[in-house]
Design a binder for this molecule. Structure first.
Ligand code: FA5
Length: 358
């Protein structure tokens, strides 16, 4: 090939093109450079066009040389294309795999929380167990009551000052103050005694847990919607000693032998005599704290012997039958058993608090 031939530098031009191809390490760049390296705008295509300027006797050989150079460049280009395409695909797969990995990892990292009964519900069940163990059955009553069940049958006539003991939510059904959200579980006593009388045997030995409502301002030991467990025994020859024995047995069974309890004279219109039932405050162990208003004692409930007026209201002969009743706060029991300084924690749904009792 003469020095003046357009193909005089073909070998070095071919090597330069192969060097450029080798240098490219990015698939997108290689694709972008394709027209310049091996395509229509490439040096080899330009040289192809110069073949016409070469003397006819040399043209065939020149064409073969150019063809050989093109094949080498194109082979190297195709190899590099395949290499970089593979690298690109592997990177994409790796990115996809990482995405999936994240999902899997985050799914594993998120702790699986399993639900469990609320502390008040489990306390209610424990209290029921204690009383069932003492021979009581478990009954249940409506949360919406007529004025008669919540007050009148319990010896609290309209306008009686004792109504002030319970700040009541009324249900507006047209006639004012006739339907209430029950303020205590005591109306269930009336339902049970009525049912027993209907069956012709006034004997009852039952506890009645349930939700109650009062217009009480929530504080460390009060909620507006709370729970009580009512107890009722009607039989022949029941005395205050039976009541005191049941309360003492319950306290030891539920709170353990280290908790002291005491009965203090009190007034409830539906029991006579009546008492309030208190236990040592478990938050301060009796020293006095905010929860027990510095008294060292926490009131759990009220109790007493059934008032003859109540027996009469349900048609039970008070000269033949007698009985006692009690009503405790279930939330208050949970609070004291688990030393919860503020009862409002029971309804705040703070998972960190609730998890302690799973
Ligand atoms: C009564 O409700 C009577 N029915 C109890 C009773 C039953 C007396 C049978 C005699 C015979 P008292 O209002 O004191 O009583 O409430 C009893 C208990 O319910 C309280 O000691 C307390 O433990 C709980 N309690 C009352 N109000 C609330 C409240 N707002 N939040 C949480 N617990 C309460």
């Amino acid at each position: 090939m003469s020095d003046s031939s357009p193909l005089a530098n073909l070998d070095s031009q071919r090597d330069e093109l192969i060097r450029q191809i080798n240098e490219i390490s990015d698939f997108a760049v290689l694709r972008e450079q394709e027209p310049l390296l091996v395509g229509k705008r490439s040096l080899l295509t330009t040289l192809q066009r110069t073949l016409g300027q070469i003397a006819e006797n040399e043209r065939k050989e020149a064409g073969a040389l150019l063809q050989g150079a093109r094949r080498l460049v194109e082979d190297r280009f195709n190899e590099r294309f395949a290499e970089l395409e593979m690298v690109e695909r592997a990177a994409k797969l790796e990115a996809d795999r990482l995405d999936l990995g994240d999902v899997v990892v985050s799914a594993v990292r998120v702790p699986v929380t399993v639900g469990h009964p609320n502390l008040v519900a489990s306390t209610q069940r424990e209290l029921e167990d204690v009383f069932v163990g003492m021979g009581f059955s478990v009954a249940d009553g409506p949360e919406v009551e007529s004025d008669w069940y919540n007050f009148e049958a319990l010896n609290i006539p309209p306008a009686h000052p004792a109504r002030g003991m319970w700040d009541t939510f009324y249900v507006d059904l047209g006639e004012p103050e006739t339907v209430v959200l029950r303020t205590h579980t005591s109306p269930t006593q009336i339902h049970l005694m009525e049912a027993a009388v209907k069956l012709g045997d006034p004997r009852v030995h039952a506890v009645m847990p349930g939700r109650c409502f009062r217009r009480d301002t929530p504080d460390a030991r009060h909620l507006a919607a709370f729970h009580q467990i009512e107890g009722l025994v009607v039989d022949r020859g029941i005395t205050f000693a039976d009541l005191a024995g049941v309360i003492e047995t319950f306290t030891r069974a539920y709170f353990g032998p280290t908790i002291s309890s005491r009965l203090r004279p009190a007034f409830f219109p539906f029991t006579e005599p009546s008492a309030e039932f208190e236990i040592t405050c478990t938050i301060c162990q009796g020293d006095g704290c905010r929860t027990c208003s510095q008294t060292g004692w926490i009131e759990l409930g009220g109790c007493g012997m059934l008032d003859p007026a109540v027996l009469e209201a349900v048609g039970i002969d008070g000269s033949e039958w007698s009985g006692f009743a009690f009503g405790f706060g279930i939330d208050r029991c949970a609070q004291m058993r688990h030393q919860i300084a503020d009862m409002r924690a029971l309804i705040e749904n703070d998972a960190r608090f609730l998890r302690q009792f799973s």
